[in-house]
Design a protein. Structure first.
Lengths: 323, 242
């Protein structure tokens, strides 16, 4: 069972992973605690996969160390695999296998598995008895993959993009299951590009790029830390920002299509001026955030800063070939 | 033990559910046996009474190759391609039990294949001679030799390349291996190559075990033994799990 709650379930210390000349992970450190959902966020090629694969024991650190449940993932692999669950981003099941067969088989690997039929019910696949993996939809495959990761009652669950390509109801189901895992004391390490998912689900967010940590904290902390003296709003893209700027007396920029930043403190007067201009132009307002940013704003700003600082072209930006 | 049994059962079930594997493991060997026993198009060695007396040992050798090399390579190659092996690497099953389950699957399929071939051959009037009990170690050595080659391909090449190469190699080893075309009918050069191939060594050994009057197979046992050791060693050394 889960070790004392004050002990980190995952501990990454100065981890470096190099493939030949290319540095995928560059002195990365972070911790993940039991009973928490930790989201590892980063753009493609940031070093997420290399980090997680080192934690799962698939590769050795070039330098630094990792511990999962206090164990060395390579040297103590046998003890470790009995206590972790891994959900791959895709594949992982023989194409001719049916859901119940795959789960019963995986259950046989563990001493005290969850009842496969119960689990099948939980992930909503109980009525998919006769379909094979090959004939299942992407969402059904994801739900089965999640069940396979959980059947051994892991203390640490590694979930790679668990809701990628899933319809909204499937996504809700998976999020609910992940939240239940946390409540049972499991340390969940979630790798994702989906910032909304991280914001909704994670207790702890680690943003990485170019193999280094850019930010580490709770979603609230990260959003507060980066709170700027500005007002952000969403509206149709391509607005005449200079006309708006003149009217309200502040510099307005379109940060990304349809996403505007007003360089001014969020006084009620300022907010009123912006909305008045939009009303005159008969333009819809998608949302308006005074001061508080979404995780996506933080993420985009941090990774853009990291890009600006990184020497170009950096080899680590290239998406690593996985095989 | 529970995991090993479940894994073996699952491997067996998947291969029995797979139409291509049934075709290559069972239908093609039986078809070749029946067809070439009945239709007198292929030459048989001098002094052989009935065509089936020559064909039955060769078809058993073919069945070993189909199962342990072709079906195993293609099945494992795609499991690797679809990251099945990667996922298993993070479970307590372990590589040792995975390999044992594959061996168990090949063994059980071999028993089924050989039983079917023997029944069909006897129905066609086969009169086995020689020392049939020696065919058992021969089949085991052959399975290790071909299984090593199959896993070497599956563990080093992409899934689709493994598929193509396993099928190409199947045809080449079938034609040059003395399984349905006797070495005596081949130009000396082909025969020399054929006899150092695992297919040629296994078919020579099985002819000597199962047909009276066949050539003694002393050197073929040595060739087969070398393949049975080197091919699995190479597979262990070069196999990549993902």
């Amino acid at each position: 069972m889960v070790s004392s709650a004050s002990q980190p379930a995952i501990e990454v210390s100065d981890l470096t992973v190099r493939y030949g000349d290319r540095v995928a992970v560059n002195g990365l450190s972070f911790r993940a605690m039991p009973g928490q959902i930790t989201a590892l966020l980063g753009p493609n090629g940031a070093g997420k996969t290399s980090t997680v694969e080192t934690l799962e024991g698939y590769r050795r650190p070039t330098a630094g160390s990792v511990r999962v449940l206090g164990l060395d993932p390579v040297a103590e692999h046998r003890q470790l695999v009995a206590r972790i669950g891994v959900m791959l981003q895709s594949g992982g099941v023989a194409t001719g296998m049916r859901p119940a067969e795959a789960l019963h088989l995986s259950a046989s690997y563990y001493d005290n598995p969850i009842d496969p039929d119960e689990l099948l019910d939980l992930v909503g696949l109980a009525d998919h008895r006769s379909s094979t993996w090959r004939s299942m939809s992407g969402g059904e495959q994801q739900r089965l993959s999640l069940a396979l990761a959980l059947v051994g009652r892991p203390d640490v669950a590694f979930l790679d993009e668990p809701t990628a390509g899933i319809d909204p109801s499937g996504r809700q189901l998976i999020r609910r299951i992940i939240a239940e895992l946390r409540d049972r004391g499991v340390a969940v390490l979630l790798t994702t590009h989906d910032l909304e998912e991280a914001e909704k689900l994670a207790d702890h967010v680690v943003i990485i790029d170019h193999g280094v940590v850019l930010a580490d904290g709770t979603p609230t902390e990260l959003m507060r830390a980066s709170q700027g003296d500005d007002v952000r709003f969403g509206a149709p893209s391509g607005l005449d920002v200079s006309s708006l700027g003149e009217r309200i007396g502040a510099v307005v920029t379109e940060a990304s299509p349809g996403e505007y930043v007003v360089a001014s403190a969020a006084t009620p007067l300022m907010v009123a001026a912006i909305t008045a201009w939009l009303a005159e132009m008969d333009l819809p307002l998608a949302d308006l955030r005074a001061g508080r940013q979404r995780l996506e704003d933080v993420f985009l700003r941090l990774t853009a800063d990291a890009d600006a600082k990184a020497p170009e072209p950096t080899p680590s930006r290239r998406r690593r070939s996985r095989r | 033990m529970k995991a090993l049994l479940a894994q073996t059962r699952s491997e067996l079930m998947l291969s029995l559910r797979n139409g291509e594997q049934l075709l290559v493991n069972i239908a093609i060997p039986l078809l070749l046996l029946v067809f070439f026993s009945a239709v007198k198009v292929l030459p048989i060695p001098a002094g052989v009474d009935k065509r089936v007396d020559f064909l039955a040992p060769g078809i058993i050798a073919l069945a070993v190759m189909s199962n342990a090399m072709v079906a195993l390579a293609i099945g494992t190659g795609f499991e690797r391609h679809y990251k099945v092996l990667k996922r298993l690497g993070a479970t307590p099953l372990g590589r040792g039990r995975w390999v044992l389950a594959k061996i168990g699957m090949v063994k059980i399929l071999l028993i089924v294949q050989i039983a079917l071939i023997v029944v069909a051959a006897l129905a066609l009037g086969w009169n086995p001679g020689g020392t049939p009990l020696l065919a058992i170690p021969a089949v085991v050595l052959g399975a290790f030799a071909f299984g090593g080659i199959g896993l070497l391909m599956a563990g080093t090449l992409r899934g689709t390349v493994t598929l193509a190469l396993a099928n190409g190699l199947y045809l080449l080893l079938l034609l040059l291996g003395g399984m349905i075309i006797p070495f005596s009918e081949m130009p000396g050069f082909f025969g020399t190559i054929g006899k150092v191939l695992p297919s040629g060594a296994l078919s020579q050994v099985l002819q000597s075990c199962l047909r009276s009057g066949a050539d003694p197979a002393g050197s073929a046992w040595v060739v087969l033994g070398v393949w049975a050791v080197l091919a699995p060693l190479a597979a262990v050394k070069f196999f990549r799990w993902e």
